[in-house]
Design a protein around this ligand. Structure first.
Ligand code: ADP
Length: 234
């Protein structure tokens, strides 16, 4: 699998990397048409990379080979970078980005990269399925858990479909997915990562009104509790 992922990513990185080099004008000036075509190559490359990453993550999870790297994580650093990404996704659109994050957050014992991946997934979905209103990142703490919510005022999700969101290969509606170009694996992967941290993830949504995706991360965890294969393979 490592070999295959390398074989898939290397040519793709070259497509993405060189189209970016050309877009920056490093190889010389571009006509408008060349600019448009290269942008298309670059965006498709990124898209394909995301799909490949999802499929590789999913196959590792299914094989029980997903290994997390636990450490003390400063949630503020993660939120900071997620908010920057969200700002980029919402730029030039009539959608407000709201944040409600307490100043004093506890440290959590987590795989920071994976937690960031979960949040980016939720924020990207919120941005993708919202046309107007707002997308919010809201964080609450209690003695046991940090609860992180991504709230949107988008298209919402039918109750029947909500039940299938976290189950592999079940997209809400094939036409939306085709238009949005997803694999339907994003939330399944999110769920695995959150559960590997001892947290849970759920959705509340009303069609036409919007959705709230929430997940928890336990606060009091020691290294000894979090390490070991049982934890990782679920
Ligand atoms: P994908 O990679 O296909 O987007 P996800 O697991 O992230 O996979 O999402 C699965 C489906 O759930 C999406 O295709 C979409 O139909 C629905 N969905 C997810 N998040 C939202 C949201 N915030 N608002 C409306 N629909 C959503």
């Amino acid at each position: 699998m490592t070999h295959m992922s390398h074989a898939l990513r290397t040519p793709l990185n070259s497509i993405i990397g060189f189209s970016r080099v050309m877009l920056k004008g490093i190889d010389g000036p571009l006509t408008e048409l060349q600019q448009a075509d290269l942008t298309s190559i670059y965006n498709s490359g990124q898209h394909l990379l995301n799909l490949i990453n999802s499929i590789l993550d999913m196959s590792k999870i299914e094989a029980g080979n997903m290994e997390l790297v636990f450490d003390e994580v400063l949630l503020h650093d993660i939120f900071h970078s997620v908010v920057a990404t969200a700002r980029g996704l919402l730029k030039d659109r009539p959608i407000e980005l709201r944040t409600e994050i307490p100043d004093d957050l506890p440290t959590v014992w987590a795989d920071g990269q994976r937690i960031r991946q979960v949040l980016i997934n939720l924020v990207s979905n919120a941005a993708k399925f919202t046309e107007r209103g707002y997308v919010a990142l809201k964080v609450e703490t209690d003695p046991e858990f940090v609860t992180i919510r991504v709230i949107d005022t988008g298209i919402g999700i039918e109750p029947e479909a909500q039940r299938r969101l976290f189950i592999p290969f079940q997209q809400v509606d094939a036409s939306t997915s085709r238009r949005a170009g997803g694999t339907g694996l994003g939330l399944v992967i999110c769920r695995s990562f959150v559960e590997m941290h001892g947290g849970r993830i759920w959705v509340e949504s009303e069609p036409g009104k919007g959705s709230t995706f929430s997940f928890t991360l336990p606060i009091h965890r020691t290294a000894a509790e979090s390490q070991g294969k049982e934890q990782v393979t679920d």
